[in-house]
Design a protein around this ligand. Structure first.
Ligand SMILES: Cc1ncc(COP(=O)(O)O)c(C=O)c1O
Length: 293
C-alpha cells in the first residue's frame, strides 16, 4: 500500500522551490523567464572561495568531518560574529548545517514540543510554518501591515504570547517584505521578552548583507535575553553560495548540543569541501557582499 506518514502528508511542498522548478522547466523550453521565486543572488561564488574548495579537494578533505563542523570553520564563524556583529561566541555554541534552512529545522526540532506555540510574523518565508508543523508545534501568525513597514510592534507581540509560547521567529532583513528592524525596534521586543523567560528567539539573519537601508542589527546584542537567542545565518546569500549548502546556528550551548545530537543521527557533518570553502568566506574582509550590493 502506498501510504506516506501523516507527518509528511500534512506537510506542504516548498512553494518557492516548486516555482523555481517550474521556472527551470520553462527555461529549458527556450522561454525567457524572470524567476522571482527563491532568494538567490545572480552572482557567481567569489574566486577566492572557489580556490579554497579546489585546494581542499587536493588536500584530501574527503573524510567525515566533526558533526558540528571543522574546528577552523567554527572559529571563522565566531570571528565573523565578532567582526561584523560585535557578538562574542565560543566555538561550542556553533553548529554548521546544510544551509540556514537545515539549521532552522534542527533548532525547531530541538526546542519545540507537541502543541508548543511559535509566533511567526507575517508575511513570512514559506518554510517557517511548515518546519514548525514538522516539529509538531502550532503556528501563531501575527499579521503586520505596510503602516508599520511589515514589522511587529512590541504590543502585538505581547498580545500573542500565551503560557504555551515557546519561540518567536524573527527575520531581519526580512524575506519577503525586505523590512529591516532597527536597534530601537529590536530593543523594544527584547524588553517584552525579558518578562517571558521561557521564550526563545530564532533570529534568521541570512539576509544580513542584502540590506539597503542601513546597518544590520541582531537581537542577540541585548544581554538580558542573549542566552535565549538563536542566530541563524550562513554563506548562501552573502557570498552567492546557495548551492554549497552551508548554514549555522549560534546559540546557548544546551541548544547547540541538542542540534549536534539530532544532526549526528540525521546527516552527520556537512560536505567537507563546502566547509573549507566557507572558512575562506567567513575569514574574508566582507568586501564581496559589499560589492554585490
Ligand atoms: C528567510 C530565509 N531563511 C533561510 C533561507 C534558507 O537559506 P539556505 O539556502 O542557507 O538554506 C532562505 C532561503 O531562501 C530564506 O529566504
Amino acid at each position: 500500500m502506498e501510504k506516506v506518514s501523516a507527518r509528511i502528508a500534512a506537510l506542504e511542498e516548498s512553494q518557492t522551490i516548486a516555482m523555481s522548478k517550474k521556472s527551470r522547466e520553462l527555461t529549458a523550453q527556450g522561454i525567457d523567464v524572470i524567476n522571482l521565486s527563491v532568494g538567490e543572488p545572480d552572482f557567481f561564488t567569489p574566486d577566492f572561495v572557489k580556490e579554497a574548495a579546489k585546494k581542499a579537494i587536493d588536500l584530501n578533505y574527503s573524510f567525515y568531518s566533526p558533526v558540528v563542523g571543522y574546528k577552523d570553520l567554527l572559529g571563522a564563524i565566531c570571528g565573523k560574529l565578532k567582526r561584523e556583529n560585535n557578538l562574542d561566541y565560543q566555538p561550542e555554541q556553533i553548529v554548521v548545517s546544510a544551509g540556514a534552512k537545515h539549521s532552522l529545522s534542527n533548532v525547531l526540532m530541538c526546542v519545540v514540543d507537541k502543541d508548543d506555540e511559535v509566533i511567526v510574523p507575517a508575511p513570512y518565508w514559506v518554510s517557517y510554518v511548515e518546519l514548525v508543523k514538522l516539529a509538531e508545534g502550532k503556528n501563531i501568525v501575527i499579521e503586520t501591515s505596510i503602516d508599520n513597514d511589515f514589522k511587529i510592534t512590541p504590543k502585538q507581540f505581547e498580545a500573542a504570547i500565551t503560557p504555551k509560547t515557546r519561540a518567536l521567529m524573527l527575520c531581519s532583513p526580512s524575506n519577503p517584505s525586505g523590512s529591516v528592524y532597527s536597534f530601537e525596534e529590536l530593543k523594544a521586543i527584547a524588553q517584552v521578552l525579558e518578562k517571558y523567560p521561557n521564550i526563545i528567539v530564532i533570529s534568521d539573519e541570512i539576509y544580513e548583507h542584502i540590506n539597503f537601508v542601513g546597518k544590520h542589527e541582531s537581537i542577540a546584542q541585548f544581554d538580558s535575553i542573549r542566552d535565549r537567542v538563536v542566530i541563524i545565518n550562513g554563506v548562501s546569500k552573502g557570498y552567492a553560495m546557495t548551492g554549497w549548502r552551508i548554514g549555522f546556528s549560534a546559540s546557548a550551548r544546551w541548544i547547540a548540543k541538542a542540534c549536534e545530537k539530532l544532526q549526528s543521527q540525521q546527516t552527520s557533518g556537512v560536505c567537507s569541501i563546502a566547509q573549507q570553502a566557507a572558512i575562506a568566506a567567513f575569514n574574508s574582509d566582507g568586501e564581496y557582499p559589499r560589492q554585490m550590493r
